[in-house]
Design a protein around this ligand. Structure first.
Ligand SMILES: C[S@@+](CC[C@H](N)C(=O)[O-])C[C@H]1O[C@@H](n2cnc3c(N)ncnc32)[C@H](O)[C@@H]1O
Length: 359
């Protein structure tokens, strides 16, 4: 899967075991699905997952890995297309010029293949799920040979060793079963009744100023294929500032999160929260209280790779400090008291649980 800020890879076993322990759950919504990792783990366990995110790359990941049903796909045809795409000679187009010459996200020999493959995908007679699978295969392949620490606000001064490898598209791991991919603003989605027929909503928004649109602009452009004008050393899209999420604004976060939670209609809400964001744990609890009984599980875990090795500017000078390498991630579960208590009971020893009896 792509390297992603705030990816919940390490929390997945806890998330799935909590959802499994809740009564009568068939449909789960992953409201800020990002990489779709959590949604994939839930789909694998047999739930119908509604995977939403405002990012275009995330929507294509959700179409390919959540909505597409492996049992209904022509795998041989997909494999044949992937072989064809891998064999294409490269040429120097937008991606090579922008991301390999003006910037250094990929070695130019791989960038030229990205150009050729991205154009060719749109010429294939693929349906929207097949097209999403090919696009995801390209993004995953490019991510394996990039030269960043996992965010696209900068690239490494010295080429990363992996960037010398020839990029290779592979068929992504596809899952059987049903799901739904959505690309909506989360607040608009819940207010339009998006979680009405859902049993559990998993909520993992951005909690600080780091904009996903800006940090993953290469994937956004590669999927949209709109070849936008770019600016600055990182060669971000010129529309980056217009696409800031309300969840990235310290001024707007509280009201936005409050509105989001009020709009959620599922029986249970599971919220990921870390102690580095705009909202305190106390304020979060106050916002969750009207939705039901609230209980928390705290999990200690390592920060993302960029934070561990420091932040560098394009000349390789360290510009960001490594403040601390571990942070507390919390999961808050909200809903019927007995069900919440029962679902979190197995996690009692690994948590500082706050027993909050609220109506
Ligand atoms: C912390 S990440 C989610 C990570 C995800 N749980 C994972 O494991 O990959 C937050 C996500 O929220 C998305 N996002 C930001 N603002 C949004 C909004 N207003 N509506 C929907 N999604 C939004 C971002 O694109 C990003 O993918």
């Amino acid at each position: 899967m792509i390297k992603y800020l705030g990816s919940k890879r390490t929390l997945i076993p806890r998330i799935t075991s909590i959802v499994d322990a809740l009564p009568d759950v068939r449909r789960v919504c992953d409201l800020f699905t990002g990489t779709t990792r959590v949604a994939q783990a839930l789909k694998l366990r047999g739930y119908h997952v509604v995977a939403n995110d405002s990012a275009t790359y995330s929507y294509e990941l959700a179409l390919a890995l959540i909505e597409a049903d492996r049992d209904k796909l022509d795998i041989d045809r997909l494999r044949a297309w992937i072989a064809e795409l891998n064999a294409l000679p490269g040429y120097r187009g937008y991606y090579t010029k922008t991301f390999c010459e003006a910037a250094r996200y990929f070695k130019p020999f791989n960038g030229m293949r990205i150009d050729a493959i991205r154009d060719a995908i749109d010429d294939l007679p693929a349906n929207r799920h097949e097209r999403a699978i090919l696009l995801v295969s390209l993004v995953l392949a490019a991510d394996r040979v990039d030269s960043t620490t996992g965010v696209q606000m900068a690239y490494l001064k010295q080429w990363a060793p992996r960037s010398y490898n020839p990029m290779e598209l592979r068929l992504p791991d596809l899952l059987s079963g049903s799901g739904t991919a959505v690309r909506e603003d989360a607040i608009s989605f819940v207010e339009a009744g998006g979680t009405r027929d859902v049993d559990v909503t998993y909520v993992d928004p951005p909690y600080n100023q780091h904009s996903y649109f800006g940090n993953y602009h290469v994937w956004e452009s590669l999927i949209r294929h709109d070849k936008p004008e770019v600016y600055g050393i990182a060669k971000k899209r010129v529309d980056t500032t217009e696409n800031r999420s309300v969840f990235n604004s310290s001024r707007q976060f509280h009201a936005a999160f409050s509105r989001l939670l009020s709009g959620i209609e599922s029986r249970f809400i599971l919220v990921s929260f870390n102690n580095e964001g705009y909202i305190s744990q106390e304020d979060l609890i106050k916002l969750l209280e009207p939705k039901g009984y609230v209980q928390n599980v705290a999990v200690d875990f390592k920060r993302y790779v960029g934070a561990q090795i420091g932040i560098f500017n394009p000349s390789g000078v360290k510009v960001g400090k490594v403040s601390h390498l571990r942070n507390k991630e919390h999961l808050f579960l909200v809903g019927d008291e007995a069900a919440v208590k029962a679902a979190l009971a197995p996690h009692a020893d690994e948590s500082e649980q706050l027993a909050l009896a609220i109506g």
